[in-house]
Write a protein that binds this ligand. Structure first.
Ligand code: ZN
Length: 66
């Protein structure tokens, strides 16, 4: 069974491959938020903040499905 490289949860499915790691849905959402935030602002602080927002949203979505 594969695990998320960030939070170590067991992946339900194949997970999401990034350049360096394999991530679960929630961590991948955060990763996308960080990348998108950085592209949009060029600012690391804003990028991390955006990543946090994406992560919380993905966690809410994950809970709804159960
Ligand atoms: Zn994860």
């Amino acid at each position: 069974m594969k695990r998320c490289d960030q939070c170590k949860k067991t992946l339900r499915g194949a997970g999401h491959k990034t350049a360096l790691r394999t991530l679960c849905d929630v961590c991948y959402a955060e990763y996308r938020g960080v990348v998108g935030g950085y592209m949009g602002s060029g600012n690391v602080g804003t990028a991390l903040f955006t990543g946090g927002l994406f992560r919380r949203r993905a966690e809410r979505e994950a809970k709804k499905k159960r």
